[in-house]
Each structure stands twice: as structure tokens, then as C-alpha cells.
Design a binder for this molecule. Structure first.
Ligand code: HEC
Ligand code: HEC
Length: 223
């Protein structure tokens, strides 16, 4: 999904960012306050958090990308900061994100998490999913399936908007990301019996059709 070229670009160091890049971002996105802070940091000689680096893979304002870069916009800031800390510590898998997070300081992590939590860009527009999948996905998200699969929104809150730092918002996630992430949870469940009530345990109850349906529905559902 992510080519080695992008990783090399990262290693080559896309930061520190130019103030011009950040100002360009500000004019397209009305994110004046966060960007002003960054511009000031840069002017003062400290390293600016690399928002432009992030949007290369996470889309404008963290909307996500059709190819599976997750949507960051609007997620709980503590969830985002925790995810970045886990990538940094190597306790959450992702070669790409471990490379990105490796260089971030705690205050940069906090600033990036705050920035993306406050954004609200439009949904990513991929090929529209089949309506039948969207309908099945909505049913699964709201009601679950039989006694085996719990309703997604029982943990991820109504509309998939997320609940605090533990249960991330999942509405608006690109389908490719949801599919990849659910398969990853399933792979983990095969390695080691998951603790009840975890996402790994839930994923283990899903079949491929349910994963496709949930992904289709979430990708067209505004957070
Ligand atoms: C080269 C591409 C790339 C770049 C650059 C990148 N990311 Fe990511 N990021 C990803 C991918 C792919 C994932 C999904 C990883 C996974 O769970 O398998 C991800 C996951 C994340 C997550 C977890 C999201 C979630 O909902 O679980 C956060 C938070 C995140 N990135 C923040 C950032 C920030 C902040 C930056 C900029 C400093 C950044 N990323 C730069 C590709 C990238
Ligand atoms: C029992 C509670 C629970 C239920 C039910 C549940 N989830 Fe989750 N889900 C979680 C937790 C907790 C996480 C965070 C896992 C982590 O960070 O390791 C999560 C994470 C996720 C993620 C990754 C989000 C991200 O940004 O990285 C996706 C996608 C997801 N869930 C989809 C679903 C779908 C689809 C369903 C319904 C079929 C569902 N979840 C049902 C608890 C739940």
C-alpha cells in the first residue's frame, strides 16, 4: 500500500517544513491557529511538527485517502496521541508510522494530535460502494449480527463517532483502511487468544462479507 519510495522520502526528511508550506495549508483550510503556532516555532528556530508530511499519506486536513491512509480528522486527541506514542515505542505495528513517530517529541505528538482532532474535512471520495453493502454494513454497525457479532456502535458510540480515548471514531474511515485494520486484528487473534471485549476479539467474529459491508458503510458515513 505504501511504497518504499514514500518511506525513503520520509527518511530523507520532509521536515523542517517551510513556513510557506504551512501558510499554504492555512489558506486552504482555515486552520489559522494551529498553523500560526507552527509558523512561529519555525521562525523561532525550533522544529515545526510536520503536518505537511502527515497529509501526504493522511489526506488534506487528515481526511484519509482512498488507498487506505486512515482518517485522523475529528478523532479524540488522546486517542491520536496514544497511537503516536505506541508507534514511537514500537508497540503498535506499522513500519511506516514507526518511522514517522520515531522523530517526534512528546510535545510535537500532543500538538499534532490536537491539530487533527479539530479538523472536519469532507469525506474522501472513492468509487461509491454498492448500496447493498452499505445497507448491510449499517445493520451490522447498529445491530450486530445474531449472538456472535456485537453492534459496532455499542463500543464506538452512535454514528461511529467514537467514545473517549479508548474507542476511536470509525465513521468516515476509508474502506481500504477499515479492511486492512480488521484483517490485522484478525491475524493477531490467530496468534494469541484475544481478551474478551477487545477489538481483536470482535474482529475474530467477523467474516469477509461483514468486513466489506462495515467498511463500505463507514466510508460513506460522516463522523
Ligand atoms: C508514508 C505514509 C504516512 C505518513 C507520512 C504518515 N502516516 Fe500516519 N499512518 C499511515 C498508515 C498507513 C497508517 C495505518 C497504520 C496501521 O494501523 O496499519 C497510519 C496511522 C496513523 C495513526 C493511527 C490512526 C488510527 O486511527 O488508528 C495516526 C494517529 C497517525 N498515523 C498520525 C500521523 C501523523 C501525525 C503523521 C505526520 C507526522 C503521519 N501519521 C504521517 C501512513 C502515514
Ligand atoms: C467491545 C467493544 C468493541 C466493539 C463491539 C467493536 N469495537 Fe472496534 N475497536 C474497539 C477498540 C477498543 C478499538 C481500539 C483498538 C486499539 O487501539 O488497539 C477498536 C478499533 C477499531 C478500528 C480501528 C480504528 C482506528 O482508527 O485504528 C476499527 C476499524 C474498528 N474498531 C471497527 C469496528 C467494527 C467494524 C465493529 C463492528 C463489527 C467494531 N469495531 C466493534 C472496540 C470495539
Amino acid at each position: 500500500m505504501i511504497g518504499s519510495r514514500s518511506v525513503n522520502m520520509l527518511r530523507a526528511g520532509l521536515r523542517p517544513l517551510s513556513v510557506a508550506a504551512l501558510v499554504g495549508l492555512a489558506s486552504t483550510c482555515h486552520a489559522q491557529s494551529a498553523v500560526a503556532v507552527n509558523a512561529q516555532d519555525t521562525a523561532g528556530g525550533t522544529k515545526a511538527p510536520s503536518i505537511a508530511t502527515c497529509v501526504a499519506c493522511h489526506g488534506a486536513l487528515g481526511a484519509g485517502t482512498v488507498t487506505g491512509g486512515p482518517r485522523l480528522a475529528g478523532k479524540d486527541p488522546d486517542y491520536l496521541a496514544h497511537a503516536l506514542s505506541m508507534f514511537k515505542a514500537g508497540t503498535r505495528a506499522s513500519a511506516v508510522m514507526q518511522t514517522v513517530a520515531h522523530n517526534l517529541s512528546d510535545s510535537e505528538i500532543r500538538e499534532l494530535a490536537t491539530f487533527f482532532s479539530k479538523q472536519n474535512p469532507p469525506l474522501v471520495e472513492g468509487a461509491p460502494p454498492q448500496q447493498s453493502l452499505v445497507v448491510a454494513g449499517k445493520q451490522l454497525a447498529e445491530m450486530g449480527a445474531g449472538s456472535g457479532v456485537p453492534a459496532c456502535f455499542s463500543c464506538h458510540a452512535a454514528g461511529g463517532k467514537g467514545n473517549g480515548a479508548r474507542f476511536p471514531g470509525i465513521a468516515g474511515e476509508p474502506a481500504a483502511f477499515v479492511v486492512a485494520r480488521l484483517h490485522e486484528f484478525q491475524a493477531r487473534a490467530k496468534e494469541k487468544t484475544p481478551a474478551p471485549g477487545t477489538m481483536t476479539a470482535v474482529a475474530a467474529t467477523l467474516n469477509d462479507a461483514q468486513i466489506e459491508a462495515a467498511a463500505a458503510y463507514l466510508s460513506v458515513t460522516r463522523p
